[in-house]
Design a protein around this ligand. Structure first.
Ligand code: IPE
Ligand code: IPE
Ligand code: MG
Length: 250
């Protein structure tokens, strides 16, 4: 049976976050170098965006480059940045055609100017698209984001724009890079690793976590739909009892 038909379109997660992992191992398995794996990741990215869009997911966030990834060999870092740059350019018509609004989170200032330029061009060109928000996490680390958030809130306190008593979860949310995104409902990580690697720690507080052994370059629509089906079979209790959830569903 078509997997898509098993999905309840009334219960689709609003925001899906993906840790795209396993490119290096995929390439190694083929007797190739790590960069070959990164080069073969674009189909997976495309299919993920398409399948999310098809079922009405409103926001998808892809972990493309972490603050820790700067510690990889320079050759790999440069190759990753170049691949991201060419893929962004290449995919722009696709984004326009499918109503994809592109955003970025992270310390994007640390990328070369050339990359920053292309990124802001794609962001500007797609800003009026409204079917789905696609956020790339680029030089992103949750701890860096939290440090940045605390600094910005502190500045407001010092400048008397905000009182300490006024700081609450909402204020913090509004100062994170993700301020205009809904909470993460589902986090998918490929390649069998079961950790969150400094990704959206605050935003994932109540997300359902889904891990698959599929390596990122092999990830396809049917794998994305598997994750959605599993998500829909889970009971999200948010601290309540199962009985309370059942009565509120009636
Ligand atoms: C994910 O694949 C891509 C990035 C982290 C940029 P990896 O490059 O981490 O691949 P593995 O985990 O070494 O197989
Ligand atoms: C997480 O993958 C970062 C991205 C997918 C961009 P890593 O492969 O860098 O994570 P660790 O180091 O295995 O935790
Ligand atoms: Mg990895």
């Amino acid at each position: 049976m078509d997997k898509k038909l098993q999905i309840d379109l009334q219960k689709v997660p609003q925001h899906v976050a993906v840790i795209m992992d396993g490119n290096g191992r995929w390439a190694k398995g083929k007797g190739m170098g790590r960069i070959f794996g990164h080069k073969n990741a674009l189909t997976a990215v495309r299919e993920t965006i398409q399948s999310a869009n098809e079922i009405g997911v409103k926001a998808i966030t892809l972990y493309a480059f972490s603050t820790e990834n700067w510690n990889r060999p320079k050759l790999e870092v440069n190759a990753l940045i170049n691949l991201l740059l060419t893929s962004l350019k290449k995919e722009l018509p696709n984004f326009q055609e499918n109503g994809v609004q592109v955003k970025a989170i992270g310390n994007t200032n640390s990328f070369p100017k050339k990359f920053q330029k292309v990124l802001s061009e794609v962001i500007n060109a797609t800003q009026n698209n409204s079917k789905i928000t696609l956020t790339f996490a680029l030089s992103y680390g949750s701890r860096e984001e939290i440090v940045n958030t605390i600094k910005n809130i502190s500045k407001k306190v010092v400048n008397n724009e905000l009182k300490i008593e006024e700081i609450d979860e909402k204020v913090i949310n509004n100062h994170l890079y993700t301020f205009n995104l809904p909470e993460v409902d589902l986090m998918i990580r490929t390649s069998g690793e079961r950790r969150v690697s400094n990704f959206l720690l605050w935003q994932m507080a109540y997300a359902e976590l889904y891990f698959t052994n599929v390596l990122w370059p092999d990830f396809r629509k049917s794998d994305f739909f598997d994750a959605i089906i599993e998500y829909q079979n889970r009971e999200r209790r948010f601290g309540k009892t199962s009985e309370q959830i059942e009565t509120s569903n009636e």
